[in-house]
Design a binder for this molecule. Structure first.
Ligand code: MLT
Length: 412
């Protein structure tokens, strides 16, 4: 037998959403007559926009022709998509098309990007947090074992609770790598420009790199909330940004996202003879992707290109408006029950504070049994998520309305 990467043994038994799926499967098998309303994992329910479908058909038809057939594509994405992204999403922000790396989704990019850094780097995550940031660093050996308090002993936690309005304080100890997700999954909170600038400045002053997950930027409704970290001065020197078509355009099954890696963001490596050399992350990420990845499929990239067309953009906006109506309805439903909620205004997630003393997995089970509603227990996102519960606006409108009706008669 060969030695395994024992860091994997430090992980929780299963990935959060796999554990939820398992519990739901068991419940459904025992109660086949119950109609469940699934507002747990943030998976979209509306079909792909017509412009996307049209682009997919066209790209598929091209594959039947000698002159249209495509084999291996550029690992970092076709020029047509990289140019469309910069034109549509980064206008005026001084991002070059060759700083955009197209991929099969933000989850993979975020999980993989940490590979560019030394095992000894200190990592800061918000708490609660999208589990991929923590788990991928556990696998890489940066997090160490989990302590009795439910925290990995090697990670720096930045608690985000109702007490600080879900806005993390700067860390007391210097991290090398900082993960931020805004609009936030799971709390649905946002940072204004001033709040995000504090983080960009902190990263600059402390030689840290910022991983900015902007997967939910298209859900921002209010003015003054940055959609990209590059709206902040200095971010091009310290931040890598991740974006996804999953929630904004319904690509959870199709798979496409991208990372923006400005050439000016650098790490360091020991120089022969002493001292340190600065190394652009762009160069390393290019080397990593060309070695381990063969690129997002051509037909999917054509579909993503359509999202950046005026018609595609308008179709996506209409779908997003529907999800946000759901989120607003969920938010109101919990407010009417007298509970404190965050999110549902600039993000598709509604984060509910449970009544005092109620634990989040216990609430998950009783909501499933009592009302047939699937949500996500806050504790699954980290210890500071205990006592909270997340529901998503990604269900269809009728199911969401029915869930809120069921909630009215549900005994907490
Ligand atoms: C979530 O529910 O948090 C997301 O759907 C997970 C993901 O995007 O991978």
């Amino acid at each position: 037998m060969s030695l395994i990467n024992a860091n994997y043994l430090n992980l929780p038994g299963s990935y959060l959403f796999s554990e939820i799926a398992r519990r739901v499967r068991e419940f459904s098998a025992a109660n086949p007559e119950r109609k469940l309303i699934r507002l747990g994992i943030g998976d979209v329910t509306s079909p792909l926009p017509p412009s996307v479908i049209k682009a997919l058909h066209k790209a598929v038809d091209e594959q039947a022709l000698n002159e249209g057939f495509r084999g291996y594509g550029p690992e970092q994405g076709y020029d047509f998509l990289r140019a469309a992204i910069v034109r549509d999403a980064y206008q005026g922000l001084d991002i070059e098309a060759d700083e955009v790396f197209v991929s099969d989704g933000a989850k993979c990019d975020i999980g993989n990007f940490q590979e560019l850094f030394a095992g000894s780097c200190k990592v800061a995550i918000t708490d609660p947090v999208y589990p991929v940031y923590a788990d991928s660093n556990v696998m890489a050996g940066r997090a160490g074992p989990m302590g009795d308090d439910g925290r990995f002993t090697g990670l720096i936690y930045l608690p985000c609770t109702a007490d600080n309005n879900f806005v993390p304080d700067l860390p007391g100890e210097r991290p090398d790598m900082i993960y931020l997700c805004y609009p936030n999954n799971p709390t649905g909170s946002v940072l204004n420009k001033e709040q995000l600038k504090r983080w960009v400045d902190y990263a600059g002053e402390n030689d840290s790199v910022l991983f900015f997950d902007a997967a939910y930027e298209s859900f921002i409704a209010e003015d003054g909330i940055p959609r990209s970290v590059y709206e902040i001065d200095g971010a091009k020197e310290v931040a890598v940004e991740f974006r996804s078509y999953s929630k904004s355009a319904g690509f959870t099954g199709l798979r496409c996202g991208f990372a923006v890696v400005p050439k000016s963001v650098r790490g360091k490596a020991p120089r022969k003879g002493g001292g340190m050399n600065a190394v652009p992350l762009h160069q390393l990420w290019m080397r990593r992707q060309t070695t381990k990845y063969n690129g997002c499929p051509y037909i999917v990239q054509r579909a993503a290109e359509a999202v950046h067309s005026p018609e595609g953009g308008a179709e996506c906006a209409a779908t997003i408006a529907g999800y946000m109506r759901n989120a607003g309805r969920i938010r109101q439903g919990f407010v009417d029950l007298g509970l404190t909620v965050s999110g549902g205004i600039n993000a598709p997630y509604v984060w509910v504070r449970l009544p005092e003393g109620m634990d989040s997995w216990g609430f998950f089970d009783s909501l499933l049994r009592g009302a047939g509603i699937v949500g996500t227990p806050g504790a699954g996102f980290g210890p500071s998520g205990e006592g909270y519960f997340r529901l998503t606006g990604f269900g269809n409108a009728a199911d969401t309305a029915e869930a809120m009706e069921r909630l009215k008669t549900f005994q907490m």
